[in-house]
Design a protein around this ligand. Structure first.
Ligand SMILES: [Zn+2]
Length: 262
């Protein structure tokens, strides 16, 4: 049985939308005609369904040029090793994400949050190919431009295809951003650089790793920039904050012998 392909953008299918049911992280298929690539693959329990879907859509498994990890979080890449084997394809990621996957670091991959008793499997895995800023992945006649957009993680990639930016976990439709967490390598100044780049870019649409794709509204990007700018000076963000002005003022007061005004 063949299914009709539901293109979200020209040459782009999102597999949850295509299936008509949520299977996990967004999985974008970039259809270059003679070959295709997948952006993220999700968790192992959805891999069979994704492979069935590819078959129903008449995308031969042998034409999958590459499965690219937007970053090394387990919900995006747990099935990477399985996909590599089943599709007989290559895997690709940013060098930092590749190093995290190779080391089997379950904290940086969010496979394990011991304090919340959260654990999923994320065996160590060697990525075939490294992708970084400025690389271009050819998919048939299409050019997929690779952006390095650190902030949520040091190894976060985004991808530009014509007027669509695949933002990974960098920005969502409601202006939320990927989790900011010191154990995860999050970096607020880097994050702001990545968001300002998105704001300045001419992409008309953003296709994130979670939630719906959306038309790029500068106000949505700016709201994230404004929030993260404040986060840099809030104790709430612990060691991800750049400084905490209250503490600095208090130290000056202590040194000067100034008592607090009560
Ligand atoms: Zn994610």
């Amino acid at each position: 049985m063949k299914s009709d392909r539901k293109y979200l953008f020209p040459n782009v299918i999102e597999l949850n939308l295509q299936a008509g049911r949520p299977m996990g992280v967004n999985v974008y298929l970039i259809d270059g005609g003679s070959e295709y690539v997948l952006l993220d693959i999700g968790q192992t329990d959805a891999l069979n369904d994704i492979i069935d879907l590819l078959r129903h859509l008449d995308f031969p498994l042998s034409k999958c040029k590459m499965v690219i990890a937007t970053h090394a979080d387990a919900d995006h890449v747990q099935a990477l090793a399985g996909a590599r084997e089943r599709l007989k394809t290559k895997t690709a990621a940013h060098p930092h994400a590749a190093a995290v996957l190779l080391s089997g670091d379950v904290v940086q991959t969010y496979a394990s949050i011991p304090a919340q008793n959260f654990h999923i499997d994320m065996p160590a895995f060697k990525v075939d190919k490294k992708l970084d800023e400025g690389d271009v992945v050819k998919v048939g006649d299409l050019d997929l431009h690779v952006w390095h957009t650190p902030g949520h993680t040091p190894g976060q990639l985004s991808f530009k295809l014509n007027n669509v930016l695949f933002s990974g976990d960098t920005l969502y439709a409601d202006s939320c951003v990927g989790a900011i967490d010191a154990h995860h390598g999050s970096n607020l100044p880097d994050y702001l650089t990545s968001l300002r780049r998105i704001l300045a870019d001419d992409a008309a649409f953003i296709a994130p790793s979670h939630g719906p794709a959306f038309r790029k509204d500068p106000a949505v990007v700016q709201a994230a920039i404004d929030r993260l700018t404040k986060y840099q000076y809030l104790a709430d963000f612990g060691t991800c904050a750049v400084s905490w002005p209250l503490q600095e003022q208090w130290e000056r007061d202590v040194l000067a012998g100034r008592m607090p005004v009560l």
